[in-house]
Design a protein around this ligand. Structure first.
Ligand SMILES: [Zn+2]
Length: 155
């Protein structure tokens, strides 16, 4: 039985074929050892890759979610960060000015677990636009309340 892989071994010059061009037991043994080594190397590489992705995860935030501290939620779905179990830095474009921003893991943890923000809410505005929006809302509310007071006074 001839196997093409044996030819490749002979061509690279490192593992010459035995007399007659047939594979010896020793060569077959070497091939098995080499294959096992390749498998071990691949497994080691996979572990290294996984470790690396863990490092990336930490770089991207990687702050653990404390589910017990989240605001209660009655919907059937589970938000991504809850399913994942940790917060990631999230890039987003500001809704008002379009500026590229990052809502980082620490800010998310504070928002969901301390401020008890709804688990389906996410950052949509950059900081200056958020402040502006808050002022606008406060002003609108003040005008509204003034209007009500005015109506009552004129009744
Ligand atoms: Zn903005």
């Amino acid at each position: 039985m001839r196997r093409s892989s044996n030819k490749a071994f002979s061509r690279d010059g490192k593992r010459p074929v035995s007399k007659g061009g047939r594979t010896s037991k020793r060569q077959r043994r070497r091939a098995i050892v080499a294959r096992r080594k390749a498998e071990r190397d691949r497994a080691a590489q996979e572990i290294a890759d996984r470790k690396h992705s863990w490092c990336n995860r930490l770089n991207e935030g990687g702050l653990a979610v404390d589910r017990g501290r989240l605001a209660p939620d009655n919907s059937y779905g589970v938000p991504n960060f809850v399913a994942r179990g940790y917060y990631l830095n999230l890039p987003f474009a500001c809704k008002d000015c379009g500026k590229q921003e990052v809502w980082n893991a620490r800010q998310q943890k504070w928002w969901y677990e301390v401020a008890k923000g709804g688990v389906w809410t996410t950052a949509v505005r950059c900081r200056p636009c958020r402040r502006q929006e808050r002022e606008r809302r406060e002003e609108a509310r003040r005008v509204h309340l003034d209007g009500l007071a005015h109506k009552r006074a004129n009744r």
